[in-house]
Design a protein around this ligand. Structure first.
Ligand SMILES: [Zn+2]
Length: 595
């Protein structure tokens, strides 16, 4: 009879406080769960089990514990209200990682769940990475890029994680596809969480707009007035993040971290569009995170604001806000003010030289770019090597060119530390044949991948081609956004681009030959790059030279410090490269981690 008794009516927060155990490998605070620790999570989790609500949208910072909210929701529905559940991650790989690193430890360490979901090691356990069954339901993990797996089975609880990183397949929008699976349930639940991306194309932002738009208000310990935490109320003395504090927007009282954490514990959600029913929306910046000190937040900000692309990451991932892009087109690029007379030699600010090569049907175009502290850059040389890429001659010329030694103003002799050659045109085989034996010289074969939000380095290199040549995928849209946002920097210093006097007007026409347009595609906005002039090789070369710097995986700032100490010597790139692949830390250095 006990087994037939209805489960006690718990809210998700109550279930988590009673049963949830945080696993050692997945949490800095292993042990029993406490909703109080991040009080704002209570309102979000309890909205999911609120029978008047069928859709919950969370647009937030990356640091407020939203994965735990998803995990608690899964745990609750396994333990209290068995249902078919589907959790959709941006990619199938990410679904596997989520399953192994987050879901499995929870199932193992939370006793009420361990009993329900069988051990994956036992035979016929019906428990695999992507599919786990339990009495009365199952949980299926899929990637937004595998639309086929979204078909068939009806689902009651749909969990969409990181929706702003979803890809659109030829079958259409994965969110719409998945939602069809839940149509048959009168008590269906949809939970959608993400850090936002660009204004206009962020899916979490547009989903949030359709909800009752709740904001988390916290009371001031001094005057008692409620307020939403805002970045503009964070103050610090110039260049001293350790002086960071929060000031009440009503009375000006100064809060330290402890006062801020206390205020968050006493806060509450309030809808700003209370007329909307059935859809609850929650917005949270990293300022609410009990795991982030203001000092660290300011430190991240000071580092991030040096460059537009890192500032964008800060705005999205820490503030949890969309980014309004101004770097869509370089219309007013003032060539005259960017062209400088370097003289014969490479300017002294250059620490590392890289090259980018574009392959055309009758020639190769290649640019050598020097990078210095904070990725300030100096274009060094642009060359067109004429010849048929199907024949060896032009490749021998490229080999010789990439092996040249360049003299810097202070007498140091520089070599090119990394080069990218585009394999995307009609001469893929020739590019593989050239690059494969030259991997030791750090000449990399690359392939440009279009699409908004694809990282500059799109995963590890593949060798999935007939010559087994290592091939790197480059998120060219992201790279172009970085290049264009840097062209707009008017002050010399971080990110600024210098060009030598001998660069032609045609070069600059090609460099600024593209712009971003917004297109409406399968139901939502998408940003696409289009050419406004027929030739754009200069832009491509620039993008590939930047990609080469990223493939090297070195910190120019660190190299600059080292070479300053070691005197008159070119930098030793092998010593500067990390021995192991670095994984982003759990919290803290997210700006680097998200690039
Ligand atoms: Zn106050």
């Amino acid at each position: 009879m006990k087994a037939l008794a209805p489960p006690p009516e718990l809210k998700i927060s109550e279930w988590a406080d009673q049963y949830r155990v945080l696993s050692r490998e997945a949490s800095a605070e292993a042990g029993t769960w406490s909703t109080e620790r991040a009080e704002y999570q209570r309102g979000i989790m309890d909205a999911i089990t609120d029978e008047k609500i069928d859709e919950v949208v969370v647009m937030s910072s990356a640091q407020v514990g939203k994965t735990e909210i998803i995990l608690n929701t899964i745990g609750y529905y396994i333990s209290q209200d068995a249902s078919p559940i589907m959790c959709i991650q941006p990619t199938l790989d990410m679904a596997a990682t989520f399953s192994k690193d987050r879901l499995s430890p929870m199932l193992r360490d939370t006793p009420v769940l361990t009993d329900k979901v069988k051990d994956p090691r036992s035979r016929d356990s019906n428990n695999t990475t992507y599919h786990k069954t339990f009495e009365g339901g199952h949980i299926t993990l899929v990637g937004s890029n595998s639309a086929a797996s979204l078909a068939s089975r009806p689902i009651r609880v749909l969990l969409f994680d990181e929706v702003d990183r979803y890809t659109v397949t030829s079958e259409g929008d994965s969110i719409a596809l998945a939602k069809k699976r839940a149509m048959t349930f009168w008590n269906k639940k949809t939970v959608m969480v993400s850090t936002p991306t660009n204004e206009g194309s962020s899916r979490i932002a547009s989903a949030f707009e359709e909800t009752d738009k709740r904001e988390y208000h916290v009371p001031c310990f001094e005057c008692g007035e409620d307020q939403i935490l805002k970045w503009k109320n964070v103050h610090w003395e110039q260049d001293k993040p350790e002086t960071a504090c929060y000031t009440c927007e009503h009375c000006g009282a100064v809060w330290d971290d402890a006062a801020r954490y206390r205020a968050i514990r006493r806060g509450h959600w309030r809808a700003t569009a209370p007329d909307v029913v059935g859809k609850a929306g929650f917005r949270l910046s990293g300022l609410y995170s009990p795991w982030t000190s203001l000092e660290n937040a300011v430190r991240e900000f000071l580092e991030a604001k040096k460059l537009p692309e890192t500032l964008r990451v800060f705005v999205n991932a820490f503030l949890g806000e969309t980014w309004t892009d101004e770097g869509e087109r370089v219309d007013d690029f003032d060539i005259a003010s960017h062209r400088e007379d370097y003289g014969e030699k490479v300017p002294e600010g250059v620490v590392v030289l890289t090259a980018g090569c574009d392959v055309q049907s009758d020639r190769l175009e290649v640019e050598v770019v020097g990078f210095g502290v904070d990725e300030e850059s100096w274009s060094v040389d642009y060359r067109t090597l004429y010849g048929d890429p199907n024949s060896a001659g032009v490749w021998a010329e490229l080999d010789a060119y990439l092996s040249l030694i360049w003299e810097r103003e202070d007498g140091v002799e520089l070599t090119i530390k990394g080069s990218c050659v585009d394999s995307g045109g009609h001469h893929t085989q020739s590019v593989y044949r050239f690059c494969k034996p030259r991997l030791g010289k750090r000449i990399f074969a690359i392939k440009g991948i279009g699409g908004e939000g694809k990282p500059l380095l799109n995963g590890r290199p593949s060798t999935n081609n007939n010559l087994k040549c290592k091939l790197w995928s480059i998120g060219v849209d992201t790279a172009k956004e970085i290049v264009y946002s840097r062209l707009k920097i008017k002050e010399q210093g971080a990110g600024y681009c210098h060009f030598p006097q001998h660069y032609t007007d045609e070069y600059f026409k090609q460099l600024t030959a593209e712009k971003v347009v917004k297109k409406y595609h399968k139901g939502f906005h998408r940003r696409e790059w289009i050419k406004v002039r027929p030739r754009n090789e200069a832009l491509d070369c620039r993008v590939y030279a930047l990609a080469a710097l990223n493939i090297l995986g070195i910190s120019v700032n660190m190299l600059a410090q080292k070479s300053g100490k070691s005197g008159v010597k070119d930098v030793d790139i092998e010593k500067a490269r990390p021995k192991r692949r670095q994984t982003p830390r759990k919290s803290g250095n997210f700006v680097q981690g998200w690039r």
